[in-house]
Design a protein around this ligand. Structure first.
Ligand code: HEM
Length: 163
């Protein structure tokens, strides 16, 4: 069973795996912030607010590693598909939408960093808190859509090689 799998296939398998787990780490982490920490902070602001800053700065490192891994592995997967001649026009359109959303998400992270959000020093600044909220929610929202698009790409590709 394993003997038909070439060395190149194994490498791509590892790349695909790295792409998938980095995506899960990034979107899962953002979902934890938006859907778990945020409501808990609302209910117990005094208990949670002091630890938000250290949590965010450690989480930031996870995001950095994940985003770098996603970009590198995503480009490898893309070039592999492009060189195979099996990608249909619809596949390209869906990939284009996925890439556009990914770029928008990378931009959101970059914009967060520029705004230098600090939850302990501006708890009542509505604009700051709102943008943080919208930001994490947006990453989770677009992330979930990107996962769907990735499944669509996979199905489109599998259909085109079986025809
Ligand atoms: C530079 C940006 C990115 C590029 C170039 C890229 C490219 C790709 C490509 C070519 C595939 C394979 C599609 C197929 O099966 O035909 C893929 C799969 C996937 N992508 Fe991305 N992607 C990028 C960003 C992202 C982001 C931001 C996420 C999640 C938030 C993501 C999640 C996934 C997932 C979950 C898969 C499925 C992996 C699997 O089949 O096991 N990608 N990506």
């Amino acid at each position: 069973m394993f003997e038909q799998i070439t060395a190149g296939d194994w490498i791509l398998l590892i790349v695909r795996w790295a792409h998938a787990i980095s995506s899960v780490a990034w979107i899962g982490g953002s979902a934890f912030f938006a859907l778990v920490l945020r409501p808990v902070e609302k209910a117990n602001p005094d208990a949670v607010r002091p630890i938000l800053q250290p949590l965010s700065s450690v989480y930031r490192e996870l995001v950095d590693i994940s985003v770098i891994a996603i970009i590198i592995t995503g480009l490898i997967l893309m070039f592999d598909r492009l060189t195979g001649n099996d990608a249909s026009p619809v596949w390209f359109v869906v990939l284009g939408v996925k890439l556009a959303l990914a770029v928008w998400m990378f931009y959101l992270v970059w914009r967060f960093r520029q705004s230098d959000f600090n939850p302990t020093t501006q708890p009542s600044g509505l604009a700051g808190r709102l943008s943080w909220l919208i930001g994490y929610n947006a990453i989770v929202f677009f992330g979930v859509i990107i996962f769907l698009l990735a499944s669509v790409l996979r199905t489109l590709f599998e259909n085109s090689i079986s025809n």
